[in-house]
Design a protein around this ligand. Structure first.
Ligand code: GTP
Ligand code: SPV
Ligand code: MN
Length: 573
């Protein structure tokens, strides 16, 4: 801290204790300087709107670097800079950058404070908005500091909003030094360093060395009418449905029969093998930083209930009486002001930015699982991979075994979204939904995944889903949201050896009657595309997967290339 203060020259230093008084004082200060605008106290008690700089609305993958000593250790999946050069580059920006500002020291713990799976960090920042968000998203303050003092080890994070100039913005990771330096952005994954920077990029690197996995996955518990709960971890790329699946409300018939859904986490999952050989998972986060647009009483009623109070909204629109508003909210209200603070004009774009977000404590979610506090984590029965694929990819299929499952994850593709700056809707490979988040070479990462298949391991079954298949009219063919439970039920049936499947070269697909579709009407086109297997298209897909894997050169595990070849061979027959 002394070193950082000598470099950045703040006017004042504040050690965060996480107390209510501290939070109230910070909020009052942010209200006074316009960082936070109060929302309608009747409809949204304790809630605030933050408008970010209009050029600072999403993660910036082109400015995000993994700075390992050897470039090959960062891999072709990351932007790389030599550590010395990277330190010099950002330290020059940090030089004197906190003059006139307060430096906040945020000790935080990722995961339950008493869990052996948890890891701590300290973020130094000059943004009170970051402090307020970290307070919701992590276990922040005195308890975390006590654990850090006990353990000695922690991830060091340094952040400044700088001038919020996209030309002077870098998100630098030094996994070998357990260090993060982020300059020039105040937004989400760029600035809340506990989230993507620590809990994924640095943690994935630590996890490889220590024999565990740090993944971009939700964790959800599915309780059947017999009272048995299966936990599922699912990796979907940014803005592809994790928060929604984690909080889903069962369709009417399922509710009547006694099905329940328990939310453990909506974005990040740390898991490791337990003594019984199963994988046990914790959610390292304590809150949700969720996508607002599309969230409605129909699509995600649990999320709406969660954000009724004590919520920070970022870049949403406003109604005339200061209620938050976004596209797809569908509550009968109309926007008066857009996310930039201008009078709403549909010709000027949406009222809410497409990557507008809410920050809220996880415990406010009606489906919040008390198991989220369990220091041992929850046992995982199934791992699900999925992306946005308008064509080819069916609703669900199951991998034959672990090695095939790793290939299914490694081969994942998805159309890009507004969660990162850049073009939207472009199909790209996003292995395990970790393309922007893996802190080391993907070839080594796939090898690490493969290494979990050893004697005594009782690994979860692996599936792939696609909620986003479109018909010839360009509309989604699957109703999605709550109805996704039908697919989860099939998976759990497969785990228990009870549900039917048809073998195809890409894996097992549900038999025609294996999925409960009571109450769902699907056209013939929808049935064919959601449950069919298109050999010609998959043949081309596997050629492209082969080329993708080859791009990693000899570092790519042979077992994964063999698996790709095996399936390519089946498709050629
Ligand atoms: P990050 O927080 O960026 O990691 O995103 P996420 O994976 O948690 O995505 P989220 O659940 O916030 O969903 C993103 C968008 O996808 C929202 O606009 C949702 O309404 C939409 N969405 C989620 N699930 C479904 C689904 O089953 N079907 C369809 N059609 N859309 C969905
Ligand atoms: C994502 O982009 O996957 C998010 C939002 O969850 S951010 O925190 O900005 O990474
Ligand atoms: Mn995410």
């Amino acid at each position: 801290m002394a070193e950082v203060a000598a470099l950045t020259r703040p006017d004042a230093i504040h050690w965060c204790d996480g107390s209510d008084e501290e939070s109230e004082a910070l909020i009052a200060q942010m209200q006074a300087d316009g960082t936070l605008l109060p929302l309608n106290a009747e409809t949204n008690p304790g809630s605030w709107l933050h408008r970010s700089h209009p050029d600072d609305v999403a993660r910036v993958e082109h400015l995000t670097f993994v700075c390992t000593r050897e470039q090959a250790d960062a891999g072709p999946n990351n932007h790389w800079m030599a550590p010395d050069e990277a330190h010099a580059k950002v330290d020059a920006l940090f030089d004197g950058c906190m003059r006139g500002r307060t430096l906040y020291v945020i000790p935080y713990c990722m995961g339950p404070i008493d869990s052996p799976l948890s890891r701590c960090g300290v973020e130094i920042t000059d943004s009170p908005y970051v402090v307020a968000n970290m307070r919701l998203m992590t276990r922040m303050g005195a308890d975390a500091l006590a654990r850090i003092e006990r353990e000695g080890a922690f991830v060091k994070g340094l952040h400044s909003i700088g001038e919020l100039d996209p030309e002077r913005r870098f998100i630098m990771h030094f996994p070998e030094e357990l260090t993060i330096k982020s300059y020039g952005s105040g937004y989400g994954g760029n600035a809340l360093l506990g989230k993507k920077c620590h809990a994924l990029r640095i943690a994935s690197f630590q996890a490889r060395n220590e024999g565990w996995l740090a993944e971009h996955m939700l964790i959800v518990g599915i309780e059947n009418p017999q009272g048995e709960t299966h936990y599922v971890a699912a990796a979907f790329p940014s803005a592809c449905g994790k928060t929604n699946l984690a909080m889903l409300i069962p369709p009417e018939g399922y509710r009547r029969d006694g099905w329940k859904v328990w939310t453990v986490g909506d974005d990040i999952c740390w898991m490791r093998p337990g003594a019984d050989g199963r994988l046990y998972a914790i959610n390292p986060e304590a809150g949700y930083f969720g996508v607002a647009p599309g969230t409605s009483a129909k699509s995600n009623p649990n999320a709406l209930e969660t954000i009724r109070k004590n919520t920070i909204f970022t870049n949403v629109g406003l109604t005339a009486d200061e209620q938050p508003w976004w596209e797809g909210l569908d509550n009968g209200q109309q926007p008066a002001t857009d996310w930039r603070g201008n009078a709403y004009d549909p010709d000027q774009g949406p009222a809410a930015h497409p990557n507008a977000r809410f920050t809220v404590s996880a415990k406010q979610c009606p489906s919040w699982s008390p198991m989220a506090e369990d220091p041992q984590g929850v046992p995982i029965s199934a791992i699900v991979f999925g992306g946005r694929r308008a064509s080819l990819v069916p609703l669900v299929f199951e991998a034959r075994d672990w090695t095939h499952g790793v290939l299914v994850g490694a081969a994942m593709g998805s159309e890009t979204t507004a969660a990162a700056t850049g073009a939207v809707g472009v199909m790209r490979r996003d292995p395990m939904a970790m393309k922007p988040f893996c802190g080391y070479n993907f070839a080594d990462y796939f090898g690490h995944w493969l290494s979990f298949d050893k004697t005594g391991a009782k690994l979860p079954k692996v599936f792939h889903v696609n909620w986003f298949r479109k018909g010839d009219d360009g509309k989604f063919l699957w109703p999605g949201f709550g109805d996704n439970l039908r697919v989860l039920e099939w998976m759990i049936g497969r785990v228990k050896g009870e549900a039917g499947g048809v073998e195809t070269p890409i894996g097992h697909l549900p038999t025609a009657d294996a999925l409960n579709l009571d109450g769902v009407t699907l056209s013939e086109e929808a049935k064919a595309k959601l449950f069919g297997f298109e050999r010609t298209g998959w043949k081309a897909e596997f050629d492209s997967i082969g080329e993708y894997l080859d791009g990693y050169g000899p570092r790519m595990p042979q077992a994964l290339r063999d698996e790709q070849q095996r399936i390519a061979g089946l498709l050629a027959d």
